[in-house]
Design a protein around this ligand. Structure first.
Ligand code: FPP
Length: 240
């Protein structure tokens, strides 16, 4: 239980391929993906992880076939409505990041409601990235900073790394120390590009609907076996 990351970020990939293996349609895979979300949230709570960010829907995912997009929106709204009482009972705080204005009104209401109900909880913070892309987020942050410089509330010299972090959608959370991607793809795909600067990256061939507690533990033990040097030498790390 030592040297655990405070914040884990996950790209949940492979729902479609998993469904195909079962001879089912893609939405069947997404429904089973929700079961994995539940398992991983339970395990993260048990282990004592403080922040868990899940990439549920990217800005690019809007370009998928309309039936899949609307199926996913229904799944998000239904799952959130169904799970909020249990999440609340388990002291979990829900947060959503992304271009939420692009979501259907019904989804926006479900998200605000979930955040409001769980706002005072002090256990795991579960951050769901919906209609999120890191480049979108960086553009928004840049505009906000430029606005502050324009209106005189910020000097150019005070545009620091911290100032950029404060203008990202994740400003309230520490950067993830571990990023997991399932399904054998070894990419970051426009996810938390600034925040993952020093994260350990863990890729597994397991498809998301097949991912569970044991897989999370495996990723955590791999993380614990790695030496995080932040640009220093191994000797410096051991004498610090
Ligand atoms: C990627 O697999 C998965 C998605 C785009 C959707 C992920 C959504 C869930 C797991 C539901 C989560 C629900 C909540 C409420 C958090 P893919 O479709 O790209 O799979 P493929 O690469 O095999 O085609």
């Amino acid at each position: 239980m030592e040297r655990l990351p405070k914040h884990i970020a996950i790209i949940m990939d492979g729902n479609g391929r998993w469904a195909k293996e079962q001879g089912q349609d893609r939405l069947f895979g997404h429904y089973h993906g929700v079961i994995s979300v539940r398992k991983v949230v339970e395990a993260a709570t048990e282990i004592g992880i403080e922040y868990l960010t899940l990439y549920a829907f990217s800005t690019e995912n809007w370009d998928r076939p309309q039936a899949e997009v609307s199926g996913l929106m229904t799944l998000f709204v239904d799952t959130i409505a169904k799970e909020v009482p249990d999440l609340h009972k388990n002291n979990i705080k829900l947060h959503f990041i992304g271009n939420l204005d692009m979501l259907p009104k019904e989804a926006q209401e479900a998200l605000s409601n979930a955040m409001e109900i769980t706002a005072q909880n002090t256990g795991l913070t579960l951050i769901i990235a919906l209609s999120y892309s890191s480049r979108w987020e960086l553009v928004e942050a840049t505009k906000r900073i430029a606005q502050k410089v324009l209106n005189g509330s910020l000097d150019m010299e005070h545009i620091t790394e911290a100032e950029i972090s404060e203008n990202l959608t994740t400003s309230e959370f520490p950067d993830p120390e571990l990023m997991i991607r399932t399904s054998g793809e070894c990419r970051i795909s426009n996810f938390l590009l600034y925040q993952l600067a020093y994260a350990e990256l863990y890729f597994t061939d397991t498809l998301w609907p097949a991912f569970g507690k044991e897989d999370l533990i495996k990723a955590l033990s791999e993380y614990q076996s790695r030496e995080r040097r932040f640009g220093k030498t191994s000797e410096q790390i051991h004498t610090d």
